[in-house]
Write a new protein. Sequence first.
Length: 595
Amino acid sequence: MEEKRSKLQDLMRRRFDDRQRFLVACMVCGLLCGLLGVLFHLTIHHTFAGVWKLATSGDDSQFITVLLLAPALGGLICGLAIHFWAHDAVGSGIPQTKAAYYNQGGRIKTMTGVWRVILGTVFVGFGNALGREGPMVHASSAIASRIGRFAFKDPERVRAMIPVGMAAGIGAAFNAPLSALTFVFEELLDNFSTKAIGGMVVAVVIAAAVSRSILGEDPVISTHLVLDYETAAWMLVAIPLGACAGFLGHFFVGSVIGLRRKVKATRWLKSWYTPAIGGLICGAVGLLAWWITGMEGNAQSGVFSIGYESLEEAFENKLIISILVTLLAFKLLAVVVNYATGGSGGLFSPTLFLGGMLGGLMGYALVELSHQFTDWQLVDESQIIGGCVLLGMGAMFGSVIRCPFTSLIIIFEMTGNYSLILPLMGGNMLSWVIARKLRPIAIYDALLMEDGVSLKRMPSYRGAQDYRNLPVRAIMTHDVTSVQGELSADENLSLLKSNLVYHHAYTVVDRENRFLGVITHHEMRECAPETVIAELVENQETVQVHPDVSIRDAAQMMISKDIQQLPVVSLVETDRLLGILTINDIARQQNAAEM
């Protein structure tokens, strides 16, 4: 098998030059990603339709039992698979794609993509409140990586296939080719490059064409209303709506990261059953929301699964205020729990859902206000609320996902409506500015940082921001070489020599990996060979920092204390070593920012 593959690769390389092979690779990638997007869409849709049909085919007890246990079962299956076989299939998939592009040369295992589709179908299809777009991006990037490794020997060509797969995945998942391109530039590449766009366009066009040919030309979210607007005074609602979305987005992101951090820090939750706990909570939250609102019908599944049916009803002004409030609050809770407990699903769809509910509420408030002004009474109330739903979706996307241009384009591509572009621009940019001010690091980069993945090489930290305001965790070294406190100086020096490790200084830890202090290589060599290292640092007053301290403050601390490195310890457990910040880390980041 390997011999046949090698012969085919050699034949391709002889018959096609590098540019021709890249074009063919992009075409094949677009075709496969388009088919995968259709498959992923249909499997999730029909899986959840089957779950909902089973739930509604019997009495109330059957309804409650199915919708309580199905999300938990989906979480249990995902938890087992992620824990034992598919470690990279947890969460959204976009952070993993970024890490692969910058830190792993664009290499993503093919089986990772396979697991993404399977587990995404199970987790979201069984009713958990996450989306399909993030996993679709990861799976498509795995396809692109496989094609790149087959077609090219040049590592840079392999790496260049990741943006192609990422764009094709978004184009197929959302039926949104333009926003697929802008998302890759804003989220992955962080700059516009004419060199990168050619292959991406080819893949996106083919992926979107395949998706439209099979699933139809209709936008992802369709409505029976004719939402054709002329510029009017009521559109100023985009300003307060953008502000509300900015603060809500900040709260949402903080909740996801905060709860995820607590789950990972709790020992009994760090296991294969944790996603099942999240699924059980999601089922309970969804049922409570269904009971509070008195919903009936398939379109009122609300909190469960992707929830685009409820979003379409919000467009058409079929959801009253109490339902909008309930769906907004309970969907947010379910998404936070599902993601924090390690489910396999994305944040795109939930973000748009939350924005739509927020917009619907703002629309109702505007309608009530308009009743006091006779000049506004001629405006169709359903159109106002539908328009506010659109504005809320865009503003929330800009606040959470933090890609302002994509947030503009994706709304009219998903809905087929362009007439609200001006208020969208105002509201989206305001929400983006507020969210960025409150939380400088966007959600996907923050998730990587929480997992100990270095962001030093990522372009968003090369001058696009003032790097000195970033937290230490963004550039610190996570892989720390420590010496053992219970061993002697001679024993530690022998271990370092055998491992071919030499640094100016080392952190000292005990058998339970608790931080004890810092010792230099020179100090170990100068002391008596039998001296136990823990005794040397027993009364040492070390200078430490927490991972959320800014790089500027850490640098000033190093200058004032005349030291070249700082241990980074947990804010809660001050004896738990998380990493180390060196003067080289700061210098490297400063050089990158000035490039």
